[in-house]
Design a binder for this molecule. Structure first.
Ligand SMILES: Cc1cc2nc3c(=O)[nH]c(=O)nc-3n(C[C@H](O)[C@H](O)[C@H](O)COP(=O)(O)O)c2cc1C
Ligand SMILES: C=C(O[C@@H]1CC(C(=O)O)=C[C@@H](OP(=O)(O)O)[C@H]1O)C(=O)O
Length: 390
């Protein structure tokens, strides 16, 4: 599969075109809206989330609730667009009108794409950069990830994304018997954290940051269970699935790090405490007694749950302004802002889940075929039987 997204933060809509989705997959807008609503929630978000009510429109590739195998178009409206039609319209306008509508953005915000994008594309109005580099785009990436999860669920692969850390507040690890259980607990929490006590402290940390005009980041975790052995390949660098997941997660706005399993911690430990010993049981086949490596060896899944961590930096737009330099006057200034999230880590957990879901679903279809669901089920069942009896 492949997909492209298009759309600006304050333009009319965000759009995704997804190619390579098999036919006969049951798919409804509700399957996607559920995830869009999850992304909008979470403690620490700014006023924009009160304006938007993200709902997908399925504009092609689905008929009477089932995919046809043709490219699928998903669109999500920006409700805020009504306030921006003049500023963001596609029709040409004169210099005077441009002055009237809104002055050019010439003050780059540290931590954003503004300055690099302006130099690269030679824009003197940095709105041309910030509109597309905004994390508003993650809306439609979540829509694409929701579709990927519909595919995965057909094969019993369940996923959850949740918050492990906000600033220096860390959640206590709890044992859940299933990803579904983890998901229901975390969705009930405003910070999407399974540890109630830590969750309250996380909210306080977000409040403190906000009160001080600051922002705060954190770490999210995504878990996928019932993933078959052998998605991805050791055979070539660009087929290694852990590498593809890393690219996808790092492409999320404000993500500065990714770990699979123990991740960076593995580098500080001895080998005997890192590697997952192999066991065998008649009827079940090979399995591991532990899952420190997060379900990956040799760029391939090993049948254990896939465990991915992503680190999000604090939101760059601060009410406590940072120093910058105007690109026209070359004068220093301290940035002022109208609105911003103070923490978007709970929302980012949903985005990270979508990124991992896409890569897993793509690798799944690469292994089991991608034309029509019946054929994929047959290939999957045959392979799983072989793997159990290997
Ligand atoms: C869900 C989500 C919401 C975000 N909201 C904001 C925001 O309100 N204000 C802001 O300055 N940055 C926000 N960001 C982060 C910026 O989009 C991001 O830092 C910026 O585009 C620069 O990209 P980089 O941090 O990946 O280098 C958000 C990120 C995510 C994932
Ligand atoms: C719109 C979303 O996030 C936006 C991401 C964002 C940024 O700079 O990345 C800045 C803010 O937008 P605005 O400047 O319009 O308030 C966030 O609200 C969203 O997540 O749907």
């Amino acid at each position: 599969m492949r997909f492209l997204t298009a759309g600006e933060s304050h333009g009319p809509q965000l759009t995704a075109i997804i190619e390579g989705v098999p036919s006969q997959l049951p798919l409804t807008a509700e399957d996607i809206n559920e995830h869009l609503a999850r992304r909008q929630k979470g403690y620490g978000r700014g006023r924009r989330m009160q304006i938007e009510k993200d709902q997908v429109q399925i504009l092609s590739g689905v008929r009477h609730g089932k995919t046809t195998g043709a490219p699928i178009t998903l669109a999500v409206e920006n409700k805020d667009w009504t306030h921006w039609t003049k500023i963001m319209g596609a029709e040409p306008i004169s210099e005077e009108e441009a002055q009237e509508v809104k002055r050019k953005i010439t003050r780059p915000r540290p931590g954003h794409a503004d300055l690099n994008g302006a130099v690269k594309y030679r824009h003197r109005d940095m709105r041309n950069v910030l509109e597309r580099s905004s994390a508003r785009e993650t809306t439609v990436r979540v829509a694409v990830g929701a579709l990927a999860q519909v595919i995965l669920r057909q094969f019993g692969i369940n996923m959850a994304g949740h918050v492990l850390e906000i600033g220096n507040i860390r959640a206590e690890r709890k044992d859940f018997s299933s990803v579904g259980e983890l998901k229901s607990v975390t969705e009930a929490s405003e910070v999407r954290c399974s540890d109630e006590e830590a969750g309250e402290k996380m909210k306080e940390a977000i409040d403190d940051a906000k009160k001080n005009g600051d922002s705060i980041g954190g770490i999210v975790e995504v878990i996928a269970e019932n993933v078959p052995i052998g998605l991805g390949s050791f055979a070539h660098y660009d087929r290694k699935l852990d590498g593809k997941i890393a690219q996808s997660v790092m492409s999320i706005n404000a993500f500065k790090g990714i770990e699979i399993g123990l991740g960076f911690e593995a580098a500080r430990m001895l080998g005997s405490n890192v590697h997952d010993e192999i066991a065998y049981e008649e009827g079940r086949g090979f399995y591991r007694k532990s899952n420190r490596l997060g379900g990956f060896e040799g760029g391939m899944t090993n049948g254990m749950p896939v465990v991915v961590h992503g680190a999000m930096k604090p939101i760059p737009t601060l009410y406590k302004p940072l120093q910058s330099v105007d690109i026209d006057s070359k004068e220093p200034f301290t940035a002022s802002i109208e609105r911003s999230d103070s923490c978007a880590v709970p929302a980012a957990a949903v985005v990270c889940e979508a990124a991992v879901a896409w890569e897993l679903a793509d690798a799944f279809l690469e292994k089991f075929g991608s034309d029509t669901m019946d054929d994929i089920h047959a290939a999957y069942n045959h392979y799983q039987e072989e793997a159990r009896n290997f």
